[in-house]
Design a protein around this ligand. Structure first.
Ligand SMILES: Cc1ncc(COP(=O)(O)O)c(C=O)c1O
Length: 453
């Protein structure tokens, strides 16, 4: 029998993410706080969905956007370039480092558009250099690269893909190092098994029989696994395998970019040099829809005319937001603040505070880097058994935290795409030590409240 038609308890003229729950109406933001229309205050401990990095309500950003809109609100990229696009692109190339010297930036309206762009860029690059058989973009299981059909095809997030599978073109997905639940049952903290995972990629490239164009990966796993940091040597080996096989290396830094992990981009932690880097979210910190594909000189030099475009590419008002955000995070040294390897930074404080959650018997692992952290829940700490998915444990914790005025980002499926509950914690870099202590304490109470009786 078909499932009963759900009762839509919260109808709205807005096509909401869900009609099954009610949403508070947000009216104001300042620093790490958001307020709803009832006057309730929330501490944004997840930066919405790892979006906000510079804090809410920073007046310099809307001022820069308004100034740009007054001067020139829009031109089409088939007819004009703009001073803001030229200047900001150069600033981003400089921010991305020496690997991108002489490259170019393609601006979009967000992460998924940027991933779509990069998939086509990889294909066109291979065609332009005479590698016309190469079109497949390999990726990893338990990954997320966006919600459009191309981005979904290279994503491994089972829940977000499942019903659309008949519509997507599938290429190989390889294993992803997730040391808390290592596929290789290693006993050395994944010191060596990174190389085994990298070998899976090499095998997949060989099986693609000369048709692999690119490999896309999140340097630190974002939403799907919850801030899983790769083991030593893994990313370096991946980069070497791609280079040796003529496969473009695409780093998806939609979530990890623009300082979130304590480096300008997360790849900088491992000194790897991707051919293309995709970023969004923190790029504009949410002040405007914005994404960017940052391509190296090698890629750009191969392409005279890119067969791709959106009407709102390089929208001047969004670029004004992004450029002002970049200026702000540099001036306030927010990348340094997000460095958990630094001395007395808010990121080291966050790491220490969250680690106290391990005292709870429902918290299996607390992981991550910089200001991108994951908290994984288990029903049995010894066996690492997850909670039953129907219990929606991460959702229960989130509701209990929300009640107390704390925002976190719940996700399910880290174990096998269906079971496994975790939270993503990604506060704005302007959070203070006291606010971290308060948040960790409230989160502890919320986890306790969510525990099945
Ligand atoms: C790594 C990664 N890539 C791509 C996307 C898609 O970005 P957007 O939601 O802006 O389209 C996301 C969104 O969460 C992401 O985390």
């Amino acid at each position: 029998m078909a499932d009963p038609i759900p009762v839509h308890s919260a109808r709205s003229p807005v096509f909401r993410r869900s009609f099954l729950k009610t949403f508070p109406s947000a009216v104001r933001g300042e620093g790490v706080y958001l307020w709803d229309s009832e006057g309730k205050r929330y501490l944004d401990f997840s930066g919405s969905a790892a979006v906000n990095f510079i804090g809410h309500g920073v007046q310099e950003i809307p001022a820069a956007m308004a100034e740009q809109a007054k001067q020139l609100e829009f031109v089409h990229t088939s007819q004009f370039t703009t001073p803001i696009a030229e200047e900001y692109a150069q600033e981003l190339l400089d921010f991305a480092g020496a690997n991108f010297h002489g490259g170019a930036v393609y601006f979009t309206c967000g992460g998924s558009e940027s991933v779509e762009t990069t998939l086509k860029l990889a294909r066109q690059y291979q065609v332009e250099i005479g590698q016309t058989r190469r079109y497949q973009v390999l990726s990893r299981m338990q990954s997320y690269h966006g919600s459009t059909l191309g981005a979904l095809s290279v994503s491994g997030n089972k829940r977000r893909r499942e019903i659309y599978l008949p519509m997507v073109r599938e290429f190989a997905h390889v294993g992803i190092p997730y040391c808390y639940r290592c596929n290789y049952d290693c006993t050395d903290g994944c010191r060596n098994c990174g190389l085994e995972y990298a070998a899976e990629l090499e095998k997949a490239i060989e099986s693609a029989d000369g048709q692999a164009a690119a490999f896309i990966f999140e340097p630190v796993s974002g939403a799907t696994l919850g801030a899983v940091v790769p083991p030593p040597g893994y990313l370096q080996k991946i980069a070497e395998v791609c280079r040796r096989h003529g496969v473009l290396l695409i780093a998806d830094e939609v979530m990890t970019g623009m300082g979130r992990t304590g480096r300008n981009f997360a790849v900088d932690h491992w000194d790897i040099a991707p051919d293309i880097l995709v970023t969004a979210k923190g790029l504009s910190s949410g002040y405007a829809p914005l994404g960017a594909v940052i391509a190296t000189k090698k890629v750009v030099d191969a392409i005279a005319s890119f067969l791709h475009g959106f009407t709102y590419n390089a929208h001047p008002v969004s670029l004004a937001a992004g450029r002002a955000v970049l200026g702000y995070l540099r001036q306030r040294k927010l990348v340094q603040a997000a460095d958990s390897g630094g001395k007395d930074t808010v990121a080291t404080k966050l790491e220490r505070s969250l680690s106290t959650l391990l005292d709870l018997d429902t918290v299996g692992e607390v992981r991550g880097i910089g200001l991108l952290r994951g908290v994984e829940f288990v029903s049995n700490k010894q066996t690492k058994k997850p909670f039953a998915p129907e219990l929606s444990f991460a959702g229960r914790v989130t509701n209990a935290a929300l009640k107390r005025g704390l925002l976190v980002y719940p996700i399910q499926g880290c174990v096998d795409g269906v079971s496994g509950d975790h939270l993503l914690i990604a506060p704005p870099a302007v959070i203070t030590s006291e606010q971290i202590d308060w948040s960790a304490q409230v989160l502890k109470e919320a986890i306790e409240e969510a525990r099945p009786q």
